[in-house]
Each structure stands twice: as C-alpha cells, then as structure tokens.
Design a protein around this ligand. Structure first.
Ligand code: COA
Length: 211
C-alpha cells in the first residue's frame, strides 16, 4: 500500500471512531461515563439476557469502560458509547469485540429500557455493521443471544444476519447468527435500491398533482 493511501486509511479509521446516525451519536467511552453507564448496567432489565444476568457493581462498570478503551488501543474496532442526540444522554453501548476464545468478531448492543422498541437498537447495530465491513474491513461478523431474547434476535435479522446454529458460549446456550462480507454487500445494495424506489414512487403523486 502506498504511504499516502495508508495515511488516508488511518485518518478514515480515526474519524470513523465517531459515528453519527439520524438519532444517535456513537462515540468513544470516557472515564466520566461511569456514573451514567452504571445506571444502565445496574438496571435488572438491561442485564436479564446477558451472560451473568446480575446487575453490575460500580467497580465492574468502571472495569468495563477500561476494557473498552484498552480494546480500541489494540484494534481498529471496538465498543462505542451510544448517545441519544435529542437529549444528549448516554443510553447504552454497541460495538464489535472478539467472541470468547475464538478469532471471530461479534456484534453486541445494550440500551437503557426507556429507549427500547423504537428502532434504536437496529439503528446503532446497522451503523456498527457498516463500520465493521467498510472501515475495519472484516470478512464476517457473528452475534449470539439467549434463544428467548427475541428483541436481540430481531435486531440481528433486521440488519441482515442469518441464523446459523445453536451453540454454547459464556456458560450459556445461545443462538448463533452471522453475516459475511458478500451477504452484507448484497443486503446494502438491496436496501439502497429499495430506498431509491421508495423515493421515486413517493415523488409520483407530486408529478400527478403538477400534471
Ligand atoms: C436488544 C436491544 C438492544 C434491542 O433494542 P431496541 O432498540 O429495542 O431494538 P429495535 O427497536 O431496533 O428492534 C426490536 C425488535 O424486537 C421486537 N421485539 C421486542 N420485544 C419483543 C418480544 N417480546 N416479542 C416479539 N418481538 C419483540 C420489536 O418489535 C422490534 O421488531 P420490529 O421492528 O420488527 O417490530 C434491547 O432490547 C436491549 O438493550 N436489551 C437488553 C440487552 C440485550 O439483551 N442485549 C443483547 C444481548 S444478546
């Protein structure tokens, strides 16, 4: 790779560590986030479907932030803080990390309960998937969930992941989904085409009115 190309890529990766979607800002965690994040991680509903199921202790929340920060230092992917743009509140996390004891990379997400079921999980996850394939240049992204975690499974499906198998990770029976680069590219093309089509058809009545 030429030096200027390498520099451009590095710059792109640095810039992309902040992601903006219509309603969300995905940014790096900072130590100051501990209080807000702890409010989320200590809520029983947030952790119901996670591996240990128990609300986190204060020290554990701080350790999680440290581990996210450390991960970003060593890799060009990691976990972002999710900020709801409307009220500038930290509402959860979403990102990419290694699946336990494997070289596979998993996507994960968690939102504070008041923000569930309005499409924000999907909005964050699709932005992270895009980052994974287009910036971090990953070949495959996987996701796991407890079988009964329907909301999480729906998010996986809505971002184009496919159910692959039942598996066992982090001491839990889980369902395992995945998406490869090629399927991601096809899905992105399909979505772009669908959006263009929607724009064309929504403009038809206007033409009819004018006509
Ligand atoms: C998983 C999580 C991030 C989803 O976030 P979200 O913002 O609510 O997700 P979305 O609104 O984008 O999509 C949720 C989908 O699940 C559906 N859903 C939610 N609960 C459901 C239920 N009990 N039964 C059927 N469908 C359900 C919603 O209707 C929606 O699907 P639709 O758009 O087809 O209607 C959120 O529920 C969460 O933080 N859960 C706790 C942490 C967690 O479980 N993380 C994942 C670990 S694997």
């Amino acid at each position: 790779m030429r030096e200027s190309e390498a520099l451009r890529l590095q710059l792109r990766q640095f810039v992309a560590r902040e992601i903006e979607t219509p309603r969300l800002q995905l940014r790096q965690f900072k130590p100051d986030d501990a209080k807000e994040l702890h409010r989320i991680y200590s809520h029983p509903d947030s952790l119901k479907y996670m591996s240990n199921e128990k609300p986190l202790l204060w020290e554990q929340t701080r350790a999680v932030i440290d581990s996210f920060t450390e991960h970003w230092k060593n890799h060009n992917f990691g976990v972002w803080a999710i900020v709801y743009k409307n009220n500038q509140t930290l509402i959860g996390h979403c990102g990419l990390k290694f699946l336990a004891n494997t070289t596979e990379i998993q996507i994960g997400y968690l939102l504070f309960k008041s923000y569930w079921s309005i499409g924000l999980g999907t909005e964050a996850a699709s932005a992270v998937l895009k980052y994974g394939f287009e910036i971090a240049q990953l070949e495959k992204i996987v996701a796991i969930a407890k079988p009964e975690n329907i909301a999480s499974r729906r998010v996986m499906e809505k971002i184009g992941m496919k159910y692959e198998k039942e598996a066992h990770y982090y001491d839990n029976d889980v369902v395992y989904y995945s998406i490869g680069r090629e399927a991601y590219q096809l899905e992105s093309m399909r979505l772009r085409f669908a959006t263009q089509k929607a724009n064309i058809s929504s403009s038809i009545p206007l033409f009819l009115c004018l006509g």
